[in-house]
Design a binder for this molecule. Structure first.
Ligand code: SAH
Ligand code: SF4
Length: 419
């Protein structure tokens, strides 16, 4: 979502006549920030320090969730020029102008009118484009800052999403990934769910692939599961975070699903779309997590066999209930658990990739590879595929997968459909 927000801010500033530049030559640098874990937040301050080392200091704007959470504190601590929250960045041009004339420029409002209407039309995008359809979160998992930094769950209207999708296709997109903090909680004005939106996108000529991320187990409706079996453009990939394989930990996290209810959802998804690639998020070392409870996470991983996944050490976030809980774990215990979990997830990712060898599938060409004549694209299961071809960026190529590594596949071109 930060990539999407960054693109939209760049488009806004382009309208003001600004052009992209390297950080050491720029007049304005916008740091679009993440607050989800402490490490991401600290990085903002070290990046600001680095920008100042170049001799001539650009105007610095801090956007995103760190801006939202820390507000004026960033001005006090780092003396930046502009602070703008994730729901207010349509005001960036005005804030930059204010800062240039020496006025304080801080906007962390969460206005009722969404920012999207105030953003310029999409003009040029890559073949694989992002489209935010839902923002915010009402779920309040005890470890998470998102409900505080991104605000309450809000869905963009059906027609606004379809219009932006069409504009993206006109601007060169062949694949659209629908985005939301809980994208499958998207709900139209008339109560229709994400599956209805996907079915409408399916009708857009020129759009070849639809994806969505990130979803919550409790919003995985039967309609959406059915869409995985019925909508050809909906890719066989599901990112469905579970966080832990232990019910006591899940309860303490306020996850409102259990190990079993999560596994049952995956069974239904696999029934609808047998070749679906599964992904997830995991947190190790939540306060009070015992060895046995961590073992439950490992056994869940053994059971699911994810195609890929993200895993994190628990990071206490100011203002969240978990940050006040007893039972903080030593760093060494968290490190060891993360290593064991990642070893299991890497094993499964390598096995999933190896399983793809011998299959023939479509690859959407996204960029040039390192070698002359080499191009990189994505398989339907979101794996990176490299191949030798004279196909162009945006072409869909039919490829036979001939080799697999831990993080990518090698393919040979069979048939091409031009963009
Ligand atoms: N809405 C999504 C996740 C959004 S945050 C969901 O509920 O599934 C992305 C991921 O960051 C989470 O799934 C979680 O694994 C991780 N995360 C969030 N807060 C964290 C924290 N305090 N410490 C470590 N990881 C965290
Ligand atoms: Fe955070 Fe996701 Fe939980 Fe919302 S559902 S509080 S975004 S982890």
């Amino acid at each position: 979502m930060n990539v999407y927000d960054g693109e939209r801010m760049a488009e806004l500033m382009a309208e003001q006549g600004l052009t992209p530049a390297e950080a050491n030559e720029a007049d304005l640098v916008v740091l679009n920030t993440c607050h989800i874990r402490e490490k991401a937040t600290e990085k903002v301050y070290s990046d600001i320090g680095r920008l100042r080392k170049h001799g001539r200091t650009p105007m610095i704007a801090v956007a995103g969730c760190v801006a939202q959470a820390e507000g004026e504190e960033i001005v006090r601590r780092a003396g930046v020029d502009v602070v703008v929250g994730p729901q207010a960045y349509h005001n960036l041009p005005k804030l930059v102008a204010d800062a240039a004339s020496g006025k304080a420029a801080l906007d962390t409002d969460m206005p009722l009118d969404s920012k999207f209407g105030a953003l310029p039309a999409r003009k040029r995008v890559s073949p694989s484009a992002f489209l935010t359809v839902q923002e915010g979160c009402d779920k309040f998992c005890t470890y998470c800052v998102v409900p505080y930094t991104r605000g309450a769950e809000v869905s963009r209207p059906f027609a606004a999403v379809i219009d932006e999708a069409k504009a993206l296709v006109d601007a060169g997109a062949r694949e659209i990934t629908l985005l939301g903090q809980n994208v499958n909680a998207w709900s139209g004005e008339d109560g229709r769910g994400l599956d209805a939106l996907i079915r409408e996108l399916d009708r857009i000529e020129g759009l070849a692939r639809i994806r969505y991320t990130t979803s919550h187990p409790n919003d995985m409706t039967q309609g959406l599961i059915d869409a995985h079996g019925e909508v050809e453009k909906l890719m066989p990939f599901l990112h469905l975070p579970v966080q832990s394989g232990n019910d006591r930990v899940l309860k303490a996290m306020n996850r409102s699903h259990t190990r079993d209810s999560y596994l049952r959802i995956l069974d239904r998804v696999r029934e609808a779309r047998p070749d679906i690639a599964l992904s997830g998020d995991f947190i190790v070392g939540f306060p009070g997590e015992t060895d046995a409870e961590f073992e439950d996470t490992l056994s869940l991983v053994d059971q699911v066999r994810h195609a890929q996944a993200f895993s994190f050490k628990y990071s206490p976030r100011p203002g969240t209930p978990a940050a006040e809980m007893d039972g903080a774990l030593p760093a060494a215990v968290m490190d060891e658990r993360l290593q064991r979990l990642q070893a299991a997830l890497n094993r499964d990712q390598a096995a999933f990739n190896a399983d793809t060898v011998g299959r023939t599938c479509d690859v959407l060409i996204e960029r040039k590879g390192k070698l002359p004549g080499q191009m990189l694209g994505k398989s339907p299961w979101l794996q990176s595929v490299h191949l030798m071809t004279d196909a162009a960026i945006g072409d869909m190529v039919t490829v036979e997968i001939v080799s697999a590594g831990p993080n990518s596949l090698g393919g040979v071109e069979r048939v091409r459909a031009a963009a």
